[in-house]
Design a protein around this ligand. Structure first.
Ligand SMILES: NC(=O)C1=CN([C@@H]2O[C@H](COP(=O)(O)OP(=O)(O)OC[C@H]3O[C@@H](n4cnc5c(N)ncnc54)[C@H](OP(=O)(O)O)[C@@H]3O)[C@@H](O)[C@H]2O)C=CC1
Ligand SMILES: [Cu+2]
Length: 473
């Protein structure tokens, strides 16, 4: 059992004065945590191999041997690397009944067969081990820059011990999230080792598509012109080619954000129930849609920047001047083409509207904005306006090449221009969406999603783990 003062709800600063927290280890993390605890009104006692060395320790803290320090407090933070945990075995009598907070991290995943917290628990079986604080850095604790890592993830087998650590976290201005029993410690220890897990797939897709379209257009536009007409237009690589690749990839990636929900609806229609798991690849795809969309937005932004410089390009100014001079020489005036004026203005207008909505989608995906929206508002923006964005951007691309679709010369080597390829996925998504909103199909999908259609339960178990995907618009 824990003393009342520790297990209770967060204490007011004055009351914390009597509450002592012990930290083993006077390294970077120990000192930073000690400083924060002192600022929050706790008494801090360090346990060190060298209690005489007070250098760098925060003012107001005490330092003792490990055994002496352990006696002063109920909660002890072990701010020592896992490799050195053996010294704790000699302290087992002093640590009996104490709460040990394991904050350690590893250098790589799966470094040890057992999580650090479970290892600590096996070394000191008489203590209650709580895993936590490992996702907060010493630097963030000391500088107070905790916005990004305000959350402390905790796991442990003793609810009271966990509560004591939750209270300390709250007193330091952190939020605590319960991640379950000590068996989950391995997962919590892996979190600081992750490198943008949800961004990996979208970035691979973007890189793959950019590489594919770059080489496709390089061969088709630049190398082909050189091989057939001997024309060197390699300078186009820098702006013209890039300004084709970015919008093409952006449009395809925007469509890829909406394709999985179409596939999911088709799968549910096919199975006639939502009580069936989606394939793993579809689940993974659904989970990284936000990141797919943000990468697509970044590429659309590049397309806007590349388009804005067109009027100041040497090549463009040269072409305009040459055209004007040719008309003067020939004493002719090119007639004003009303259709062309309509087409280009519509093309720009749709592009700007599409980009405006694109930015809105990006902004509403930020946690600080999406947190103030309810589910229906979020769905309205991300799903309904998302499809409108896709429609505008597709129409923008279509208008760009509208009279070239039937022109045989557009198909060099019988390969279509890039923008035509970029229309395939968006058109599939938009047409499927249209079919899915046909009333009879829509009603069936709604019936399925509301769980009215259940499969026959064969052999007593259902193949499904649960409900509709939480992110499915
Ligand atoms: N630094 C950070 O930002 C973060 C660190 N962590 C974790 O916190 C723990 C400590 O990290 P950090 O403070 O950076 O490390 P340091 O190397 O700075 O400090 C570790 C401390 O452990 C003690 N120690 C070292 N060797 C032994 C030993 N053989 N026996 C007993 N005690 C020993 C020492 O204290 P003394 O000399 O007083 O005995 C030393 O100062 C690690 O497990 C790390 O993974 C977790 C999240 C962030
Ligand atoms: Cu465009």
């Amino acid at each position: 059992m824990l003393p009342e003062s520790v297990a209770m709800t967060p204490l007011a600063t004055g009351e914390r004065k009597q509450c002592t927290v012990c930290i083993f280890g006077t390294g970077d993390f120990g000192r930073s945590l000690g400083l924060r605890l002192l600022q929050a009104g706790y008494e801090v006692v360090f346990g060190s191999r060298d209690p005489k060395n007070r250098a760098l320790l925060p003012k107001g803290s005490k330092v003792m041997t490990h055994t002496e320090a352990a006696r002063t407090a109920q909660v002890i933070f072990i701010a020592v690397e896992r490799d050195h945990y053996e010294f704790l075995t000699s302290l087992t009598p002093a640590l009996e009944g104490k709460v040990l907070v394991d904050i350690s991290n590893n250098l790589k995943r799966g470094q040890f067969p057992q999580s650090n917290a479970e290892y600590l628990s096996s070394l000191v079986p008489g203590a209650s081990v709580v895993k936590g604080f490992n996702t907060v850095s010493a630097w963030a604790l000391q500088s107070g820059a905790l916005d990004a890592s305000r959350q402390v993830l905790l796991c442990g087998d003793d609810p009271q011990a966990k509560q004591a650590v939750v209270n300390i976290a709250h007193s330091l201005g952190l939020t605590a999230q319960d991640r379950g029993s000590l068996r989950a410690a391995g997962e919590v220890e892996d979190i600081p080792l992750q490198l943008f897990p949800l961004w990996r797939l979208p970035l691979w897709i973007a890189t793959g598509l950019i590489a594919f379209f770059f080489f496709y257009l390089l061969i088709r536009d630049v190398i082909y012109a050189y091989a057939t007409d001997g024309k060197d237009i390699s300078f186009r690589i820098m702006i013209s080619l890039a300004n084709k690749v970015f919008p093409i990839v952006s449009l395809i990636m925007l469509a890829l954000c909406y394709l999985p929900s179409v596939l999911a609806a088709i799968l549910q229609l096919y199975h006639g129930t939502k009580y069936r798991r989606f394939p793993d690849w579809l689940d993974r795809w659904m989970l990284c849609r936000k990141q797919l969309g943000l990468v697509a937005l970044a590429l659309a932004f590049l397309h806007v920047l590349y388009t804005l410089v067109i009027p100041i390009r040497y090549y463009v100014r040269y072409r305009i001047a040459a055209g004007t001079i040719a008309q003067i020489k020939e004493n002719t005036t090119k007639p004003f083409d009303n259709t062309m004026a309509w087409r280009t203005d519509s093309y720009y207008a749709l592009g700007m509207l599409g980009f405006g909505l694109y930015v809105l989608l990006g902004i509403t995906s930020l946690p600080s904005v999406s947190n103030v929206l309810n589910w229906r508002e979020f769905r309205f923006i991300q799903s309904k306006l998302g499809h409108v964005t896709l429609l505008f951007c597709t129409a923008h691309t279509f208008l760009y090449g509208w009279n070239k679709f039937l022109r045989a010369s557009s198909y060099k080597w019988w390969t279509p221009p890039g923008y035509m390829l970029s229309l395939v996925v968006p058109c599939v998504v938009l047409v499927s969406r249209l079919i899915l909103i046909v009333p009879c199909v829509d009603n069936t999908v709604t019936r399925i999603r509301q769980g009215w259609e259940r499969p026959e339960v064969k052999g007593g178990s259902q193949s499904n783990g649960g409900a509709q995907h939480p992110l499915m618009p």
